[in-house]
Every structure is written in C-alpha cells, then in structure tokens.
Design a protein around this ligand. Structure first.
Ligand code: SF4
Ligand code: SF4
Ligand code: FES
Length: 358
C-alpha cells in the first residue's frame, strides 16, 4: 500500500497517509470533529463516543479519533444520524453531571469542554442519574482536587499519568456507575508515586480535576490575562502561560501540545511553584554592601562594576586560582558557556563548575 492516498471526507477528496486516523486527516483538511477523550499525546481509546462519524460500509458509527483511514474510504462527519447521536449522548452526559442554574455542566476554573458541546444541542430534559462515584476521603496533597461528580470517565488523566509521566499514580477503579478515579488504597496523592506534575488537571476535559490554589470563580471575577514566559527553574526552557489577575500570577499552564518544546507538559515546579513571584523577601534589584556591611540598592551597572572590582582585587592579591566560578543549571546553555569563557579567558582560571555537572 502506498504511504499517501486519497479518501472522501464529507464528499470531498482529501489526501491522507497510512496510519492516520479520521480525526487527524479531518483536522488537516480544516474539518472539525468534536472530541472529549482525545489528547494528541495519548494513544486513542475511543471512550467518550463524541467523535463518532459515518464510515461507508460500516453498520455502526465509528470513533474518528481511533479509526485508521485506508485508500478510497468514504467518511461523513455531519449527517442527521450523527446529529441525533450527539444530541442523545450530550444529554446523557448532562444527566450524570453537576449542572448550573442554566442547566449546563458547571465550570470549575478550568475550561469544561462538555459544557461547550452541550450548548450545541437542545435539552432533552432527562432525569438526573445518581452515580455513586466516590472521592478520595482524605487527600491532603497541596495542589490537586478531584470532583467525582464532574468526571465523565474518559480516562485522559490515568492515561496521561501512565503514557506521558510513566507514573501510574491514578487508575480507574470499581465497575459500572460506581467507576471512579482512584489511587492505590484511596491514599492521598502525596502518599503515592504521584509527582504532582498537574498534567492530569491539564488534560481533564471537564474540570473534574482542578487546582486547589486557583479561585473557583476566576471566570466570574473577570478572568485572567495570559502572558507567555520561559520557566526559570532549569535550563530546559519550557514555555509557560502565566495567568495574571489584578497584577498577580494566579495560575500557570503550558501552551497547547505541539506548540512548544514541552509539548503541553510541565513539572511540579513549573506548574505550581509560582508563589515566589510575589514573595515579600524576593530580591528585585541589585544590592551592594556599604562600609557598615548593610545592603543598599544599586543599579545593574554599579553592581557589575563592584563585582568586577572585587574579582580583580582577589586575583591581584592571591592569583587567578584563588577565584572559583559556579554557574547554575537554571541558566541556559549559552549563559553557562559564557560563564566558563569569563573564568578561562578573562580571569585565567579553570576553576569553573556548574551544579548540573555533579
Ligand atoms: S499529578 Fe502527574 S503524576 Fe500525579 S496523578 Fe496527575 S498526572 Fe499522575
Ligand atoms: S477526572 Fe477528568 S480526565 Fe480523568 S477520567 Fe474524569 S473527566 Fe476524564
Ligand atoms: S474523542 Fe473519540 S471516542 Fe472520545
């Protein structure tokens, strides 16, 4: 079979490659197929049934996120049958979900994609389902909260924890309507292998996993302004979106998967350790000790001149090898290169080290 071929998508010929799914081909062709359980970083599982499409020759609707295309396949992403399916499916999800006064799935500070989908179909007024899904009774981890009534059991969180983090701290447990997201022995996440990366929060499509630190009514409070930045906890250079409310960073997320080198992922420090930004003890300007040994504010120029003078004094009095230069793994590769250049070329010493080298 050739690697490239054509399929018919909604009556139009589009190009496809072997191994691609209907969802991937449609996305490239600008055709939107709704999804809930799909995340480009994870193996498709076809759990939520939101992306069902018609495949010519197939009796049942098939999941576009998992159905692999073959030459000359004919796919329909819009039809009366698909519309009927979505209307019933979204209303079934609603009957098993916490709703707001408008009868829509609630928002918890993270976006709720189910809410957006439900707005696209008429309400069928189905009776609510009382699902006996249990929470972890005593999870005192500092960052992650689980709301079982908002969970649609798409398993994005557990698959992310397994396939991306390779940690397996959470899993689907129980059966039927009692199925829930659990840890071993219902322990707190901090008593499991969890690395508190927060990736499960990020991938959850309904806001059933939420950040404890983020105000739940952030949207009602006027939302946030997003500022792209680079994480400064190590030299990898992960990109962050800082969410700013009233001049304070209230939340940190990664850009979308595929957009930057961290591919939608962050570690515990990048995602949650942002309180230092507004800490009262944070040094925000250069300081130089005066004759009494007290620290006094200075300009960057004054600080650099004082540092150079101090280094030269030591060198003149005790020789180059009395100096040592230590740089940080928080700096970029270029900054670390410049540090060894400064030590070797400007101060004639090989006494240079970097904390990540040990
Ligand atoms: S925070 Fe990370 S490691 Fe912990 S359960 Fe979520 S995905 Fe797994
Ligand atoms: S917690 Fe969120 S990501 Fe995990 S199964 Fe439930 S809805 Fe899906
Ligand atoms: S997105 Fe395809 S089944 Fe969930």
């Amino acid at each position: 079979m050739s690697d490239s071929f054509q399929i018919k998508l909604d009556g139009k010929l589009v190009s496809a490659s072997s191994g691609e799914t209907v969802f991937e081909v449609a996305k490239r062709a600008g055709v939107e197929i709704p999804t809930l359980c799909h995340d480009t970083r994870l193996e498709p599982v076809g759990a939520c049934r939101v992306c069902l499409v018609e495949v010519a020759g197939q009796r049942r609707l098939q999941p576009g996120c998992a159905w692999v295309v073959t030459p000359d396949m004919e796919i329909q992403t819009q039809s009366d049958r698909i519309e009927r399916h979505r209307k019933v499916l979204y209303n079934l999800y609603k009957s098993d979900h916490t709703l707001d006064d408008a009868g829509l799935p609630v928002e918890t500070g993270n976006s709720n994609q189910l809410r957006e989908l439900c707005q696209s179909v008429p309400d069928m007024k189905l009776a609510p389902v009382e699902a006996p899904r249990s929470d972890r009774p005593m999870d005192d981890n500092p960052y992650i909260q689980f709301e079982p009534d908002l969970c649609i059991l798409c398993a994005r969180c557990t698959r992310y924890c397994d396939e991306v983090e390779a940690v397996n701290a959470i899993t689907l447990s129980n059966r039927g309507s009692a199925t829930t997201i659990a840890t071993a022995g219902q322990r707190s996440l901090i008593d499991t292998t969890c690395e508190l990366c927060g990736g499960c929060i990020d991938t959850c499509p309904t806001g059933a996993l939420i950040e404890k630190k983020v105000p739940k009514n952030l949207v009602q409070l006027g939302g946030t302004e997003s500022v792209r930045s680079t994480c400064n906890f190590c030299g990898v250079g992960c990109q962050l979106d800082l969410h700013v409310h009233n001049d304070r960073v209230v939340k940190v997320t990664s850009p979308e998967p595929g957009e930057t080198l961290n591919d939608g992922n962050l570690c515990v420090k990048g995602r949650f350790a942002y309180d230092f930004i507004h800490h009262q003890d944070r040094i925000t300007e250069p300081l130089i000790r005066d004759a009494n040994g007290d620290l006094q504010p200075a300009t960057w120029e004054e600080a650099i001149v004082a540092t150079a003078n101090g280094l030269n004094r030591v060198r003149q009095k005790h020789g180059s090898d009395a100096l040592g230069f230590i740089s940080s793994s928080r700096c970029t590769g270029e900054e670390n290169y410049l540090m060894q250049k400064l030590a070797r070329a400007a101060f004639s010493t090989n006494n240079v080290h970097q904390c990540a080298a040990t």
